[in-house]
Ligand binder design. Structure first.
Ligand SMILES: [Mn+2]
Length: 355
């Protein structure tokens, strides 16, 4: 297993590369060009600037998260051709700086959804929180504005970009008649074009599950359970068509047995996000520390499953709580993610030694 850490780029992250370098066992940065709109062909000079920054600290750039999918691709509009061509051109450039895995998602309109960005936990820290009743019977635009307002630091939040928010009504209209089956078909169309190109460039595509793992605001969602993961992998049944297994996204649903999913599809998991959350009976959930007993996901069993299958893909600790007074992008502070890495390594080394 190769450990990575998400970094939002120079001037766009409260965590420095100097700090990341001191977290044990981190080999690579999970990166993106966050100021490039979905559908754009990424400029080489900006890619090379990230490469230069990473090289100074000896980090690899093997994993990109994300190259975002333009809504027209998800909607299956004729204009998708241009955006798919741009996507392939971007993959070609990424290959030149050594990129091996590209994470993306296929969620309509919304990316990850939470109702509170800094919800208090009993230990005095804060964490991302989902309150079920807050997303029921509310206008999505009002909902989004309320959430974005909570981000005092004003850093970019992937999935919550201003241009996306400004088009929210228009996007909802566009999706009005898009059924779940149509979304599957548009995903298949995208994969049939992208996977051969990715193979040519030695890149593995890794879809991120929908977060949370159920439809919100009446929009269909696909990557939410084992049945749908199976269907997804068969759309284009090749190794380059794989998964970003996010324990926190699939884990929003108590019905998902994540160690089982890992053991079943391990050879198609190219990247994993490991984090914990605590589900409540009313459908709410809070993110928590990585420790198994702090949440509803058995992280020790998750890591055991990866260890048992001899996982050699990439891992990142995903979100953490905001602890020790740290001010940071929601979920992306230094301290709790670093603790998460050490928890994962602790389990990993223990399983190594118990062989
Ligand atoms: Mn994730």
């Amino acid at each position: 297993m190769k450990m990575t850490f998400r970094w939002y780029g120079e001037g766009n992250d409260t965590v420095s590369l100097t700090q990341i370098k001191q977290i044990p066992g981190v080999e690579g940065l999970v990166w993106s060009l966050h100021d490039e709109a979905a559908g754009a062909e990424w400029p080489m000079d900006k890619i090379l600037a990230v490469k230069k920054a990473a090289d100074e600290y000896g980090f690899n750039l093997d994993v990109v998260e994300s190259v975002n999918i333009h809504e027209d691709i998800k909607l299956g509009l004729p204009s998708r051709e241009t955006y798919i061509e741009n996507y392939i051109k971007t993959l070609a450039k990424l290959q030149t700086v050594g990129v091996k895995v590209v994470c993306y998602n296929f969620m309509p309109v919304f990316d990850w959804t939470r109702t509170d960005l800094f919800h208090p936990l009993p230990d005095g820290s804060t964490a991302l929180y989902y309150e079920r009743k807050k997303v029921m019977g509310i206008d999505p635009k009002a909902f989004l504005e309320d959430v974005v307002k909570q981000d005092k630091a004003g850093l970019t939040m992937p999935g919550w970009e201003p241009e996306r928010l400004s088009r929210i009504k228009e996007l909802f209209d566009a999706y009005k008649d898009v059924t779940e089956e149509m979304l599957w078909s548009n995903l298949q169309y995208f994969l049939e074009r992208i996977i051969p190109a990715a193979e040519q460039y030695g890149i593995k595509m890794a879809i991120h599950p929908d977060d949370p793992a159920w439809p919100i605001f009446g929009l269909p969602r696909l990557i939410i359970n084992k049945t749908n993961v199976e269907r997804f992998l068969k759309l284009v049944d090749r190794p380059a068509n794989g998964l970003t297994l996010c324990t926190g996204s699939l884990g929003t649903s108590a019905a998902n047995d994540i160690p089982d999913i890992i053991r079943t599809y391990g050879d198609r998991i190219h990247f994993t996000h490991i984090r914990n959350l605590k589900r409540f009976d009313n459908g709410d959930f809070t993110e928590s520390s990585h420790k198994t007993s702090d949440g509803s996901i058995d992280i020790a069993e998750v890591v055991r499953a990866y260890h048992d299958i001899g996982f050699t893909g990439y891992c990142r600790p995903d979100h953490g709580r905001h602890i020790w007074g740290e001010e940071c992008r929601p979920g992306y502070g230094l301290y709790d993610r670093a603790l998460g890495i050490m928890y994962i390594w602790g389990l990993w080394d223990a399983y190594n030694n118990s062989k």
